[in-house]
Unconditional design. Structure first.
Length: 257
């Protein structure tokens, strides 16, 4: 794990000390490294009493907005993070913890040595990126999905068993409100043509609900928030390009989950 977070990164923080002008927090994922949240970064409006928003021991999802490597200083913000970002971060943390637990169950079942466990984890992360993605792919694949990886045979069997028993392929949904208006004589046709052309990839679904001209709700469902975000961002770009080409006005607003 890196020693310092990066700018714009979402982090887990714990409030340690509150002052009239801000709060010192520890970064849970970075060895409890100290960070600072100025009172102006606590809420989107002016606040008189910081204690109305923060208390010592409080656990937060915050955004890093400034990192000074020379001074080893990290500044974080609450007001710069949306509810959607907060939920995605917490979902990521939940996935990491669950994956670790599943991996521990598998290594215990296989009576793996430390060396075998480390080798297996490295192999899974090298191939799939992270442990939870590995378990999801193992669950969705056939019994030969782990062939070729440097994982002890007993642990392979345990990983397959744990994945198939424990993983349920839930869908993550993201929604946006699209306002699409065409002023030309064939405006209705242009809007309809644009919406009908929108498609989701095979591993995701797309629903478009008419809310009353010119508003439409776009709903994307995918295997996780990362994939859902990728799909909905792509749709946003596609509509924007089509609207510009067809001389239509467009507004796009992501809904908080």
């Amino acid at each position: 794990m890196a020693d310092m977070p990066e700018s714009d990164e979402l982090v887990l923080a714990t409030v340690k000390k509150i002052l009239p002008y801000g709060a010192f927090c520890s970064l849970d994922e970075y060895g409890h490294r100290e960070s600072f949240m100025h009172i102006s970064e606590v809420a989107p409006r002016w606040i008189k009493n910081i204690h109305e928003f923060l208390h010592e021991g409080q656990h937060l999802v915050a955004k890093v907005y400034h990192v000074d490597l020379e001074k080893s200083q990290v500044d974080i913000s609450l007001k710069r993070i949306s509810e959607t970002e907060k939920k995605r971060k917490l979902e990521t943390v939940r996935r990491v913890k669950r994956a670790q637990k599943l991996f521990e169950v598998a290594t215990k079942e296989a009576k793996s040595t430390t060396g075998e466990s480390v080798a297996a984890r490295n192999a899974l992360e090298d191939k799939y990126g992270d442990l939870m993605e590995a378990f999801e792919q193992i669950s969705a694949g056939d019994k030969n999905v782990l062939d070729g990886l440097k994982i002890e045979k007993g642990l392979v069997k345990a990983l397959l068993s744990v994945a198939q028993k424990s993983i349920r392929h839930a869908k993550a949904e993201l929604r946006a409100i699209l306002q699409l208006t065409a002023w030309s004589a064939d405006g209705i046709g242009r809007v309809k043509e644009t919406l009908l052309a929108l498609k989701a990839p095979a591993d995701a679904t797309l629903q478009i609900h008419y809310l009353g001209a010119p508003r439409y709700q776009i709903t994307v469902a995918a295997k996780d928030y990362k994939e859902a975000q990728k799909v909905i961002d792509s749709l946003h770009e596609e509509v924007e390009a089509k609207a510009k080409k067809a001389d239509m006005s467009m507004e796009w607003e992501m809904l908080e989950e």
